[in-house]
Design a protein. Sequence first.
Length: 210
Amino acid sequence: MRLYLSSYQLGDHPEELVRMAGEGARGWVVANALDGGDPGRRARDTARQIAALARIGLRARDLDLREHDPSTIARAVGEPDFLWLRGGNVFTLRGALARSGLDALLVAGIREDAFVHAGFSAGACVLAPSLAGLEHCDGVDEALRLHGEVRWDGLGVLDRPVVPHLDSPGHPETALLGEVAARYARGGQAFWALRDGEALVVDGDRTAVV
């Protein structure tokens, strides 16, 4: 299993992603956590994600899950070296993963070590066993509007939730996510706490926040 889960964007140690994926690796950017917002912003940000990955030597293209369903997703994805899931609304992303069938493909591929799963914020949070608690930061109305349901189950790859943007004064959600973390702590729920710049790295037997 190889994971590079950043709090915000590439984080301070993108060399860890390059090391796991390999120099010149090819993969996909999944930006469907932004599906509920302005289409122009979504397109511009997807291009920025691809450019940021290119600057560290990784080649990526846009994989828009709205164009796929479980009958087409495996052929579309092919055999990438990595997938990069952009942040946004975690419930919107979860719904897009379920509707397209990428959720099952991701879980199987991660467990078989077929590719590196990478991303930030919602792209990390969606790997938790459950998304309960994150509604304090990410509203569920968008997922209801786009997908007709709210999926509260995460992909179950991690044994605990990820709480990004903690103690990150430059991020607009840091206060809300601090409250999410406090609620988890009061309830005895273990979680991965990430400040912007940090990333949770899992590489086989190695698990570390860098």
